[in-house]
Structures are given as structure tokens and as C-alpha cells.
Design a protein around this ligand. Structure first.
Ligand code: PMP
Length: 420
């Protein structure tokens, strides 16, 4: 008998009309207790940081202290770009603060169409569809593309929005081992030939900062007759000659059917999208529930996104500087003896893997007190039960800031015993 069943048996029998209310929060008791125990050790809550002032893409004031930001997704540093801000202000004046409606009813304004035009220019595709967030773009595309009797095949380390897209739809779900071309091939080989299949991949996996071997993955998917969707949330802006993402850098544009992305990272605002050359793509606007049944983005947001996207097309110098930052930080941390998510720098994300939660929180707090903010990540968001500090670099971090970051990692790491 399970514990839950035993508890249910022990409860007194009430007549149905006065049945006792069960506290639906009781299932979170273990998590609440774990957090309380952690807080009792006197650490700051890593999940309750407030930026009181934001001075630039790389500097904020947190609890009165000027702090270098190394835990944002502001890879290309577009949030304070003067043209981006001006476009947002103009749209706010011209179109008001919000649309109060769905894209398919009253919620499509000319800035939404212009933003989709900017995406088509950026990606060189026939079609582009803007969603209210990247999360919703995955939710919508994945749940709608593959239906009952069809298959979604996804990497085990996929982002939560990909898993949630699977949960929202009715397709059969098959997972393969992270970045394993062999496992993908094996699992596809076991599926029936006839039904439609969608393979979902990510260009950059955001927890460890590793990239996917897309040419091999896509070739295997195509061999088995699958359509392919690549989430380029963490690759947009940074990878490829035009900044389209890892799939552009690795030369598989022709074989990728759908690219999903977000405005909340390199673009520097909020929103999500999917681009494609599929001739029937636009039917999605009628059948995709997370697109239809939610309000569209405020016009100021899509206007900032459109301006930012067009500027990212010509951001070669920023990309080069971001790579230089990533290489320097990765090399410096490795030399100090930290265990990193990847052997070599593969993206703008560098994950520092710690022994356990206590060490991760201690290092996180020490860095914060020294004036450096990084993201703390823990299971279930991370693979294989790891606790890690995730550093994400920005093209606006100066070379001097990167040296300061390294000095802080050295001092704090030694202070908490994470390195010698
Ligand atoms: N896909 C991936 C891989 C992500 O990491 C994220 C956000 N971290 C999303 C999608 C969702 O993006 P958004 O913030 O726009 O909802």
C-alpha cells in the first residue's frame, strides 16, 4: 500500500456533503522544508533577487551595491540600444500601451506585421509568426504540429517549454539521450514508418552551454522521414554569419523545417516566434491554441524587437567580441580548477559545476557580496542532479569586466573551498 493510500484509509469517514478539505499544497511540503532549511543557514535566497536599478546591460544596483551582471540572457546587449528604446517609445505614443486582444481578432497592429517582416528578413524565410513568449511558441508549435497517432522525438535535456508542448498535445513522445546521434537513429528505427514525426532539437542547450551536432542529427531525422524543429533561443544573434543560430553556422538551413526563438535573449525584450518556409505554414494562425487564445504583445514590445532584430543582422563585431569574452572566461575558470559544463567554450554560456547545493549557494552568495551576479541552477532544471552557477556573457562586457569577473571567481572560490 502506498503512503498516500494509507493516509486516506486512516481518515475518518465523513458523509459526502461535509467531506474534509484536503490541502492541495501538502505535496509541496518537502520542497518548502528544504528551502526553509537552506534559508536557516543564513544565505540569501538565490531565487528572490531584485535589481533596484539597471545601469546598462552589464551593470545593476542590487541592495545598494553596484553589481556586474553575468547571469542575464542579454547576449548581444541590446536592452539599452538607443534606436531600440526610441522605437519602443514611438510605438507607445502611436499605438498605446497594449492591444487587449488576440492576434486573430483585434490584436494585430502594424508593428506586429513589421516585426514578422523583420524576422523574415533576418532568417531569409517565407513565413514568420510572433507569439507572446518563446515558451508559448514551443508550446504552440509542438502541440499543434504533431497530433494523435503522430510522434515527437526530443532530446532528453530539452527545455521545459518543449516538454510542456509535448504534454499539451496528443502525439506519442519518444526521448533520446542528450546529443546522441546514435540513440536518435536507434529510436527512430523502432517507430512505424507511416505516421508523421517531428524531431525537436536545440542549437545551444542552456544549462551546460553545449551545442548540438546538428548536421548529423538532422541527417538522421531526414533519413527516417521526419520534419525537424530547432529551438535557437540561445543561438540567435551569436552563431552563424547572419546571427541566425547554430543551424546556420553548421550549414543545415535547407533541412530544418521550423526554427523557434525568443525575443527575451539576444533581442533584448520579450516575445517568441517561429519561422519556416513551409507553404502551408500560415494555417498555424488558425489552429495553434497558444497563439489564438492569448493577448498579443504590446506594440511597443514588437517595435523594439523589430528594431533590435534588424540591427542584429549587422552585428558581426559584437559577435566577435562576445566570442572573445567567452573564450577568456572559459579559459580563466578552467585554469583555476573549476569543473565546467563543456571542455571548450561552445557558446555564450559557461556553466560552473559545483559539488552540491551548499557549495553552490555559498559560492553564489560570496560572488554576489563581491559584486557579481550569476544564475544559480538546480535540479530539476539541470541535467543529472547537478548544482551549477551559470555564467552568461554579454557582448557589452568589457575586457576589463571579464578580468574582474575572473578575479572574483578566484577569491570567492578559494574562500568557500570550491577551488584550491
Ligand atoms: N527555449 C529555450 C531553449 C529557452 O531556454 C527558453 C527560455 N529560457 C525558452 C525557449 C522560452 O523563452 P521565453 O523566455 O521567451 O519564454
Amino acid at each position: 500500500m502506498t503512503e498516500a493510500a494509507a493516509t486516506a484509509d486512516a481518515l475518518p469517514a465523513f458523509p459526502a456533503e461535509v467531506a474534509p478539505e484536503r490541502d492541495l499544497f501538502s505535496k509541496f511540503d518537502a520542497l518548502i522544508a528544504e528551502r526553509e532549511a537552506l534559508m536557516a543557514t543564513g544565505v540569501r535566497d538565490p531565487f528572490a533577487i531584485v535589481m533596484d536599478e539597471v545601469k546598462s546591460p552589464t551593470l545593476a544596483i542590487i541592495k545598494g551595491k553596484e553589481t556586474i551582471l553575468l547571469g542575464t540572457y542579454n547576449y548581444m546587449g541590446m536592452t539599452f540600444d538607443p534606436d531600440v528604446i526610441a522605437a519602443g517609445k514611438d510605438a507607445l505614443d502611436q499605438f498605446g500601451s497594449g492591444t487587449t486582444g488576440s492576434r486573430v481578432l483585434n490584436g494585430t497592429y502594424s508593428p506586429h506585421k513589421d516585426c514578422e517582416a523583420a524576422l523574415k528578413e533576418f532568417y531569409g524565410t517565407e513565413h514568420a509568426m510572433v507569439f507572446s513568449t518563446g515558451y508559448q511558441a514551443n508550446l504552440g508549435m509542438i502541440s499543434t504540429l504533431a497530433g494523435k497517432g503522430e510522434y515527437i522525438i526530443l532530446d532528453a535535456d530539452s527545455h521545459a517549454s518543449i516538454y510542456d508542448g509535448c504534454a499539451l498535445g496528443n502525439a506519442e513522445i519518444v526521448r533520446f539521450r542528450h546529443n546522441s546521434v546514435e540513440d536518435l537513429d536507434k529510436r527512430l528505427g523502432r517507430l512505424p514508418r507511416e505516421p508523421g514525426k517531428l524531431v525537436v532539437l536545440e542549437g545551444v542547450y542552456s544549462m551546460l552551454g553545449d551545442i548540438a551536432p546538428l548536421p548529423e542529427m538532422v541527417a538522421v531525422a531526414k533519413k527516417h522521414g521526419c520534419m525537424v524543429l530547432v529551438d535557437e533561443a540561445h543561438g540567435m544573434g551569436f552563431f552563424g554569419p547572419n546571427g541566425r543560430g547554430v543551424y546556420e553556422e553548421q550549414g543545415v538551413e535547407a533541412d530544418v523545417d521550423f526554427v523557434v526563438g525568443t525575443f527575451s535573449k539576444s533581442v533584448g525584450t520579450v516575445g517568441g516566434f517561429c519561422v519556416s518556409n513551409h507553404p502551408k505554414f500560415d494555417v498555424m494562425r488558425l489552429v495553434c491554441r497558444p497563439y489564438v487564445f492569448t493577448a498579443s504583445l504590446p506594440p511597443s514590445v514588437v517595435a523594439t524587437a523589430a528594431t533590435s532584430i534588424r540591427k542584429l543582422m549587422h552585428a558581426g563585431e559584437k559577435r566577435a567580441h562576445l566570442w572573445a569574452n567567452s573564450k577568456r572566461l572559459h579559459g580563466g575558470l578552467k585554469q583555476m580548477g573549476y569543473t565546467l559544463g563543456t571542455e571548450t567554450p561552445q557558446s555564450a554560456i559557461i556553466a560552473v559545476i559545483l559539488k552540491d547545493q551548499t557549495q553552490a549557494v555559498a559560492l553564489w552568495q560570496s560572488l554576489l557580496e563581491g559584486g557579481l551576479y550569476v544564475n544559480m541552477a538546480r535540479p530539476p532544471a539541470t541535467p543529472a542532479g547537478t548544482y551549477l552557477l551559470r555564467c552568461s556573457l554579454c557582448a557589452e562586457h568589457s575586457a576589463e569586466q571579464v578580468e574582474t569577473i575572473l578575479a572574483l571567481f578566484k577569491a570567492s572560490g578559494q574562500a568557500v573551498g570550491a577551488i584550491d
